[in-house]
Write a protein that binds this ligand. Structure first.
Ligand SMILES: [Fe+2]
Ligand SMILES: [Fe+2]
Length: 286
């Protein structure tokens, strides 16, 4: 297995060799007709519920458009958090090894925000607001650093489930498929880097953490994942798609058996690295 400096050098080389300019790569029509699929139906938040089945295909396609705008908005907020945190970490003493790759990471996230933002503003005239709150508190040695990269990894694992699926869905509007492909293509490298860094940071700090510290860190990461999952159920997007009683709709969807099953499946898949390092256990996540 590569050492972290070797992995950093390899990822830098791939980022340089596969540099993609999204400004020239993507075609941006003036408008997009809503009579096409923008999000794969199985990924739509209400899929699996009776509410989704009760809509006709035309309404489902309109919903798929606003769900995609919501998905891209979630990406923008997550990437803003990442860019802030990555910029702060450039050229700190303990990040010297990985700083060359942090530049590519920052550059790529900035480009992602550009195309997600342009899609939302041009075709929906808005970016949905962020719902997550972070509360400032004291940290034990290494905790803040570990939490930052572990949250980033969980977030990127989660959006990649959606990107991977939509990148190859031939039924989607071309621009949606293309943006999802482009994002997955670059995120695959961020994930290799992120998983590895999470393992290394845990390895270097966990020995000094008490059982209660580990418990708090695990709880916070599970809370972060669940809060991100809930953002996919956005009453404003439902309202924009012409649905009614949107807050009740969200509540019922989140309590739906099929939706809860999907939540657990996604959580188990995104938390693979956290199981591997022993921070989370399968039993705890049931
Ligand atoms: Fe990204
Ligand atoms: Fe990323």
């Amino acid at each position: 297995m590569d050492t972290l400096p070797e992995l950093t050098a390899r990822l830098c080389r791939i980022s340089e060799e596969h540099f993609i300019d999204p400004f020239s790569r993507l075609q941006w029509p003036d408008s997009l007709a809503h009579d096409q699929w923008f999000m794969t139906p199985e990924l739509i938040s209400l899929h699996g519920t009776g509410h989704f089945d009760a809509l006709d295909e035309k309404q489902q396609k309109v919903l798929s458009f606003f769900e995609l705008v919501n998905f891209f908005s979630i990406n923008i907020h997550g990437e803003r958090m990442l860019i802030e945190g990555l910029a702060k970490r450039l050229y700190r003493r303990h990040t010297e090894t990985v700083s060359p790759y942090l530049h590519h990471f920052l550059d790529e996230e900035n480009k992602h925000m550009f195309y997600f933002g342009r899609f939302c503003n041009r075709y929906a005239g808005k970016i949905y607001a962020e719902k997550k709150l972070t509360i400032a508190r004291e940290y034990v040695e290494g905790e803040e650093e570990f939490l930052f990269f572990a949250r980033a990894m969980l977030f990127e694992e989660m959006v990649d489930i959606y990107n991977r699926r939509m990148a190859k869905d031939q039924a989607l509007a071309a621009l949606s498929r293309e943006i999802n492909w482009l994002h997955h293509f670059e995120e695959a490298r961020h994930l290799v880097f992120g998983r590895r860094l999470v393992e290394e940071l845990f390895e270097s700090h966990c020995g000094a953490w008490q059982q209660e510290d580990r418990q708090r860190i695990a709880d916070e990461l599970v809370y972060f994942f669940d809060a991100t999952w809930k953002e996919f159920f956005n009453p404003e997007a439902y309202k924009d798609a012409g649905l009614e009683d949107v807050y009740a709709l969200r509540r019922k969807a989140l309590a739906n058996d099929a939706v809860m099953k999907k939540h657990k499946t996604h959580r188990a898949s995104c938390a693979r690295t956290l199981y591997k390092i022993g921070l989370l256990t399968q039993e705890r996540m049931q």
